[in-house]
Design a protein around this ligand. Structure first.
Ligand SMILES: [Zn+2]
Length: 304
């Protein structure tokens, strides 16, 4: 593995760590809020705080160390959904395994599908990796395309714009504040995106392999070709045959590549053990990327 690659991978991790950390702006909690928001993942919780400020009280349903595909529909989530005016989630079926029962059991009509209070950001960005044919037979976790949209900062801005519209619809009295906060966010976010693009320019064209197709939007944004993933299909464990194919591909086309994985892929002892076993078998080394963040984003970044 070339040193250039190692530098490049570390830089890639830094770039999107910066992109996500950019969302982690701490906002003072309001004494009394105009609206309650149920955010499925922490990044959307932060975006809501950024655009709504003290007018929103935000409940975040998962942490950055959880697999967003697999969140337990706990009673606390149902209780939070019951009082929510707005749901802010990734969509594209990322939360299909747990969100529908939460909404249903909450009995809250305001956040039902099709209502202004039901916001799935994937409906407002260009979803990549849409399969030509819908096929769930292999346990595909991405049946309608890649739902991990937050890795492209351009998607975050599109999400912020739609979020602002919904906030105005639900809480018209706050329209002026929402508009002003969006304008401020847009200015800062566009400047940051430009800076990240400049920093990441040397990564253009560097091929990579992912574990789960979770960081694809980052590579799409930066022009880095994804030449494979350890999972033969999203959500399906790597097989020996598939790993061999990847190794053969590497042997015939020696490229600067590495495996990018996220902490959620290693949640649980058995999954961690399996991953490390597959890694040893494959001969690939991996870099850790963050898929979201918790209270201390910097602690979520590292290399194994
Ligand atoms: Zn996924």
């Amino acid at each position: 593995m070339s040193s250039l690659l190692i530098v490049s991978r570390a830089k890639a991790v830094r770039v999107f760590a910066a992109a996500l950390a950019g969302l982690a702006v701490l906002v003072a909690r309001p004494a009394a809020s105009a609206i309650n928001v149920f955010a499925c993942e922490p990044e959307w919780g932060s975006l809501v705080e950024e655009i709504a400020g003290t007018r929103a009280k935000v409940f975040v349903a998962s942490t950055g160390l959880q697999d967003p595909h697999r969140v337990q529909a706990r009673p606390s989530l149902i209780a939070a959904a019951r009082g929510a005016d707005l749901l802010a989630c990734s969509g594209a079926e990322l939360e299909v395994g747990w969100l529908p029962p939460v909404i249903q059991q909450s009995g809250n009509d305001r956040i039902g599908v099709g209502k202004p209070g039901h916001l799935e950001f994937a409906n407002h960005v260009n979803v990549i990796e849409r399969p030509a044919v819908l096929d769930r037979s292999l346990g595909d976790l991405h049946p309608v395309g890649n739902p991990h949209i937050v890795y492209d900062p351009r998607n975050v801005l599109l999400a912020a714009e739609e979020l602002e519209k919904r906030l105005e619809t639900i809480d018209g009295a706050g329209a002026g504040e929402y508009k002003a906060r969006l304008a401020s966010f847009r200015q800062r976010w566009e400047a940051a995106t430009k800076k990240w693009e400049q920093e990441a320019a040397p990564l253009k064209g560097v091929p990579v392999i992912e574990h789960h197709k979770e960081v694809s939007y980052l590579f799409h944004w930066l022009g880095m070709p994804v030449t494979g993933s350890l999972e033969p299909k999203p959500g399906v464990e790597p097989t020996s045959g598939h790993l061999k194919e990847l190794l053969d591909q590497q042997a015939s086309n020696p490229a600067k590549l590495g495996v990018i994985r996220t902490p959620t892929r290693l949640s649980g002892k058995s999954r961690r053990k399996r991953f490390r076993g597959n890694e040893r078998k494959s001969g690939f080394s991996s870099s850790l990327a963050i898929s979201s963040y918790g209270k201390r984003p910097s602690r979520s970044i590292g290399t194994i």
